[in-house]
Unconditional design. Structure first.
Length: 201
């Protein structure tokens, strides 16, 4: 795909910053967003469904967690707030998104437990107890499959991935592809046209 998208590595659109406020399980989060990143004006509805319906980690959760395609960091910040003994890796190809995630992590006092980096900068020896993603469906099916094929194998043996996909953007076909690729995948929840998929080995 061409042009300036939220999955561009270096967005060319002028940065117009704004604040996004949302609530997860009674806690209010206010994060800084900007043009040139995914869902810059609000918490994406799919992300909201994911954070509402998936099994969020808690204080007993340890190890490394992955927010794949972190945007300005809403998932990473929620995970790090709840899983106080875990390290959250916030990964995005978009440099502006990474800058915002790092800023928001610092704003919430989470900078010591959220590691923000580009995909190629994640050390090869890091395995993830949990993978969370509202994946970039619009990059195309082939690229999406390549992305998931790269990161899902980095789950620990008992790890779990939580994915949210709009039904009309291919949620059901993605579930079939994951199943055919040998993953154990179940439709954990459906709400407002979104599928929350739970993926394990």
């Amino acid at each position: 795909m061409t042009g300036d998208h939220y999955f561009s590595t270096e967005p060319t659109a002028e940065a117009h910053r704004r604040e996004v406020t949302f609530t997860v399980e009674g806690r209010i989060y206010t994060l800084t967003s900007s043009s040139g990143v995914f869902s810059a004006d609000r918490l994406d509805p799919g992300t909201a469904v994911l954070l509402r319906k998936a099994d969020l980690p808690g204080p007993a959760t340890t190890g490394a967690l992955l927010d794949l395609g972190c945007g300005y960091g809403p998932i990473a910040c929620v995970l790090a707030t709840r899983a106080v003994a875990a390290t959250v890796w916030a990964v995005d190809v978009n440099a502006r998104a990474r800058e915002l995630t790092a800023e928001n992590a610092a704003r919430l006092g989470l900078a010591d437990r959220i590691r923000v980096c580009a995909p190629d900068d994640v050390p090869a020896d890091v395995s993830f107890a949990e993978l969370w993603s509202n994946p970039p469906i619009r990059i195309g099916k082939s690229d999406l499959h390549d992305m998931l094929g790269r990161w899902l194998p980095r789950l620990t043996p008992d790890g779990v991935a939580w994915l949210v996909v709009a039904r009309h953007l291919g949620g059901d076909s993605l579930q079939r592809w994951l199943d055919e690729a040998g993953w154990r995948v179940g439709r954990h929840a459906s709400q407002k046209g979104y599928r929350v998929l739970r993926v394990t080995r």
